[in-house]
Design a protein. Sequence first.
Length: 419
Amino acid sequence: MIHTQQLVWRVGFSALTIGIATVSGSFWLEAGQYEAPPVFTANQTLPPDLAHSPNYTVGERVGLENFQYVYQLETKWGAFNVKGSDFLRVRAREIAATAKLETVTDAGTAVAAAGRTAMRPVETAKDLVTAPGKTIGDTVKGVGRIFGSADAAMHATDPHNESILASVTGGATARRKLAFDLGVDPNTSFPPLSDELKRVATASAVGETSANVGLSFVAGPAGIAIGAGGTATQVREMLRDKSAADLEKDGRKSLIAMGMPLGTIDAFYASPNLSPTDKTVIVEALERLGNIDGRELFVAGAARAPSIEMGFFYRHQAMLIWAYNKRIARVHGFVRVGGAPMLATAKGTVSILPVDYLIWSAPLAELATTAKREHGGGELWITGRASPTATSKLSEIGWKVIPNVEAQLGSYPELAGWN
């Protein structure tokens, strides 16, 4: 048996984060009381349209890690490991967009052209934004917005921030516009799509190709925002029209207005595992919850995201919390249960998790017991399903499991504006 002091679990049971929890020896029970992660088949976990595609193949064996299905994708660009069914939906869309972009072949000389033309004004632009006493927006009539973005880029802390070069040459703007037209995230973490966006957008920026022709093959807005009430369109347009630096500048103002500690804000924007899109959606969702307590708990948890998949998890979770507040019951604030924040709502204590399959585990049991002791139990809303054992054991502790909550809160594509 693994020594208890060496057993570390990633916990997927909180309103805000899948954190890291160490199972103490005092809480450890017999191994037989907990469930080992099961193995599934792709046909068991995915609808046919996701399990089979002309652009990728999903491996038959599907594992489970941190309550998320783990998929092995084989594509023409190589093999990719994808954690979570909703993240797989994003990747499937991005793979289709990448294949479509590859059909744009008249951009072959884009990089060379950029070197001859678009880079020429860069030194002048840099001089303008660094010259003492200059006001960026007033330097050159008609280009204040471009230079303002360059100035923001110089002061941004987000590691995903666009370079000054991209800000002043138009390549970054063209990339965001192209992603908007395709219905994909301009800040994608899928390398083949990122490369194709850069290639075609660079060509478009220097006049080598008309990148918008025939590329609107995916109807509807991108899966990057919060649906309903026009919010999806609003956030999409923000991601199209503003650089990562501009989004950070606006987001910092919003978080300060929420009363967020500066150190928490700095850590949030410095996180390499939260994309500018993740950060924008999280800030927008929290802002729309209104003036409630404890929002800094969510931001602090998100700032510690250990992977890009977890960055996406926080984005999706923020959307679900917003939907719960709008459609089910008022969220009064966030409360800390042990080391895990949860929601204080009009229906009591609630934890909302975008997970695929919940199993009974030691850290889950410990957290549920702590929540029962401090808050009298509550409801656990999950987008997927729970094992019979997990459902039964949680019920004994005072937690009601609500599975498949997409019927009430909306699926990720619906919340993201894909419908």
